[in-house]
Ligand binder design. Structure first.
Ligand code: AMP
Ligand code: GLY
Length: 423
């Protein structure tokens, strides 16, 4: 069969590599892809939100299955676009329909969903410009730190955590009245601060059945010791050492099961990946967010640990037969370390030549922001290359990732050397 993956990051390279290893795939396309995907698939220069161009591509190349990497096209309704088009409706799309993608598209929607289905999460209230004064009053009832979340998609930047009450009020005002995050902050969710350690749980569902993928933990801050600005993710490890069986059973019983059942009860059609961001508070899991896609860089550690044929798994999701699939998981730990452009996550330059990747033997090199220019592989984004390794535990795997990292070079390259420091 012919498969199209939408996206251009390390996540899409990792998904594409696993798909390319399946005997079920004839032709694999990635749109728009990066220098890494061009080595294992055909890149097509079409944007993930250009649905008309995607349609032409799907028809021209006889695509049977589309795997949507990032959240944007899902929140914009790419799955619904296929279902509403006579020429496309028989093609399988992995990713929830628009109504269900609101779990990521709107924090308020996600909170209401969790309340409705008794899924443990932080207490909250939401506010708009008209109810700003009520927002101030609610902040006064809380203890610091204060957590303010723009309701809509804000490229991972829409969450503020503030120590000072006055600062929290000022930021709330600027989000609601001065469009600090554009339209995304027209509604703001204020929630209770949860004190604990974070991890992510990844779930596959066909809308009725589900399977739980390995857990992962990512490192979001640019600086060592989790300091400095938030990034898309500087590295990840899987499995998460503190997520033992008892804790995973709690996650499944209190969160995964009611989430999948809730989607069904609420008529929210969901064939795809559910990424559940969690905080472990004491011994209890609490949801901090849903994402309607895989994480990046978490995919670069989760998918390499999947031994099952990914295409068979994706087809079972599309066909509603996930109950007949048993996931086979590699027992080893996997880690990934992200090399980023100097200056990221603020301004950075692109177009720097990347060398040394071919000499890395002991790790998997996943491309993120890279492209081929004049026959050379050059940087094309903030997060550039993720180096994934296996080991008997995360420490051993990390050692290999760091050894491989020494072989990679580009101007201004930076990576965190302290992953796992908090475990
Ligand atoms: P989100 O975009 O919702 O994942 O939030 C971004 C980051 O803010 C999370 O990864 C957490 O580190 C932090 N965060 C979000 N909500 C809370 C909360 N209620 N309590 C503590 N930290 C939070
Ligand atoms: N690594 C966090 C995310 O993909 O949202």
């Amino acid at each position: 069969m012919n498969i199209l993956v939408l996206g251009s990051g390390g996540r899409e390279h990792a998904i594409s590599l696993k798909i390319s290893q399946s005997s079920k795939v004839s032709k694999l396309f990635v749109a728009p892809g990066n220098a890494g995907t061009s080595q294992i698939a055909t890149n097509i220069d079409v944007g993930v939100n250009d649905f008309e161009a995607i349609k032409q591509l799907v028809l021209k190349e006889n695509i049977d299955l589309v795997v949507v990497g990032p959240e944007d096209p899902l929140v914009n309704g790419v799955h619904d676009f296929f279902l509403n088009d006579d020429e496309l409706k028989s093609i399988s799309v992995i990713g929830p329909e628009k109504a269900a993608a609101e779990l990521e598209g709107s924090k308020e929607f996600a909170k209401e969903f969790m309340m409705r289905h008794n899924i443990p999460t932080a207490a909250y209230q939401s506010f708009t410009g008209e109810t700003l004064e009520n927002g101030f009053a609610f902040l006064e009832t809380l203890n610091p730190p204060y957590v303010l979340k723009a309701d809509g998609l804000a490229a991972g930047k829409g969450v503020l955590i503030l120590q000072d009450l006055q600062e929290a009020k000022d930021e709330l005002k600027s989000m609601l009245l001065d469009s600090k995050f554009g339209n995304a902050s027209a509604t703001v969710v204020i929630e209770e601060f949860l004190d604990g350690i974070e991890l992510s749980c990844f779930v596959l569902t066909d809308g009725t059945n589900y399977r739980i993928l390995p857990t992962a933990k990512d490192y979001k801050r640019i600086g060592e010791g989790d300091t400095g600005l938030n990034t898309g993710g500087m590295g990840a490890i899987s499995p998460v050492p503190f997520a033992d069986k008892a804790f995973m059973d709690k996650i499944e019983r209190q969160i995964v099961k009611p989430t999948v059942e809730g989607l069904k009860k609420d008529n929210l059609p969901y064939i795809g990946f559910i990424f559940i961001g969690l905080i472990k508070v004491g011994e209890e899991p609490r949801v901090i967010e849903y994402n309607v896609r895989m994480g990046d860089p978490e995919t670069e550690v989760v998918i390499p640990r999947l031994k099952s044929d990914l295409v068979e798994v994706l087809l079972a999701m599309a066909n509603g037969t996930l109950d007949q699939v048993d996931l086979e998981i590699d027992d080893r730990a996997a880690t990934t370390v992200m090399a980023v452009s100097g200056g990221y996550p603020e301004a950075y330059e692109k177009g720097k030549e990347i060398t040394g990747a071919e000499s890395i033997q002991d790790s998997i090199v996943f491309h993120a922001g890279t492209k081929v220019s004049d026959g050379k592989v050059v940087t094309n984004g903030g997060r550039v290359i993720a180096i994934t390794s296996f080991g008997k535990d995360y420490k051993e795997a990390l050692k290999t990732s760091y050894q491989s990292m020494e072989k990679l070079h580009f101007d201004g390259m930076y990576f965190r050397k302290d992953l796992g420091f908090d475990l």
